[in-house]
Design a protein around this ligand. Structure first.
Ligand code: ATP
Length: 280
């Protein structure tokens, strides 16, 4: 039986502008997205008989057909139509429903991995077209570059090179529903979108674009998000912001030690999830 082990990374949003509500219920966005090396580990095994099994064993993540990784495998197995099946094991290191894109990344890895295991030869562009039917952030994880993501997130353009940074991720574990966030958002009439720089020479240049429209919904209801940002900045972060629809807050640091120190300050006595990662 052919098998493959893949790392599915998390993402953070350096910028998230909500531009307009679309008639189909989605929103047109402008995001800057970067991958970080906090990864789920996915082992894919191709079987000679049909059927898909997904085991994850993480609270809040369904095993079986409810898992987005199952849906990704199903699409490629149906496309191949060779009577094969798949066994998918996920070690979930990325916090769930946290604004870090974990499920989307798992789905992207399964699409890329099944394409390889079955020798389908589908291009990244084709996999991205399939990916967007599973979730708006899936194409970004197939793109595999720091990106400007427009439309619902599927129109991707590479961003200029950015200096590497240490990223502290802290999830206070409050439950934030993505649907509620978008439903509650008051769209402001903008004059135009802030222009993004063409050169990123320093971590400060990266932080100069930090902005997340969704914080206007989450912060008033969950002040802990603003508190974590303030603590990160006090502990030496060059910038700190909520990722996606939250509740995870991330800070960019120049060195690993200060990121770890800030993580200790924030997790001491709170029991919150914290991880230090590198941008990739
Ligand atoms: P985004 O940043 O794209 O909004 P997120 O990090 O907020 O994503 P996910 O962790 O991807 O959210 O999960 C959202 C929901 O999807 C969860 O409630 C979970 O039950 C379901 N789900 C299905 N499959 C997976 C998976 N493989 N990993 C995580 N969640 C999954």
């Amino acid at each position: 039986m052919k098998s493959l082990t893949l790392q599915a990374p998390a993402k953070v949003n350096y910028r998230l502008d909500v531009i307009r509500r679309r008639p189909d219920g989605y929103h047109d966005l402008r995001m800057v997205m970067q991958r970080v090396n906090l990864c789920d580990i996915i082992t894919l095994t191709l079987t000679k008989t049909p059927g898909i099994s997904v085991t994850c064993g993480k609270k809040g993540v369904p095993d079986g057909p409810g898992n987005i990784a199952w849906k990704a495998a199903k699409i490629l197995l149906d496309l191949a139509n060779q009577g094969q099946g798949a066994i998918i094991d996920i070690v979930k290191n990325i916090p769930v429903a946290a604004g870090l894109g974990g499920g989307s990344s798992d789905a992207a890895s399964v699409l890329m991995g099944m394409n390889e295991l079955m020798g389908l030869g589908l291009s990244d562009e084709r996999l991205m077209e399939i990916g967007v039917t599973l979730g708006a952030d899936v194409p970004f994880f197939i793109f595999r570059k720091t990106a400007l993501a427009e439309g619902i997130g599927e129109q991707l353009t590479p961003m200029p090179a950015m200096p590497a940074a240490w990223v502290l991720l802290v999830n206070p574990g409050v439950h934030v529903s993505t649907a509620w966030v978008y439903r509650s958002l008051q769209l402001t009439n903008r004059e135009g979108l802030a222009k993004l720089p063409e050169l990123f020479r320093s971590i400060e240049d990266i932080c100069s674009i930090f902005s997340n429209d969704l914080e206007s919904v989450t912060v008033p209801s969950f002040p802990v998000i603003a508190e974590i940002k303030e603590t990160m900045l006090r502990e030496g972060a060059a910038g700190a912001m909520m990722s996606g629809s939250g509740p995870t807050v991330f800070g960019l640091f120049r060195d690993r030690e200060s990121a770890e120190r800030a993580g200790t300050v924030l997790t001491d006595g709170t029991g919150w999830f914290a991880a230090v990662a590198e941008t990739i």
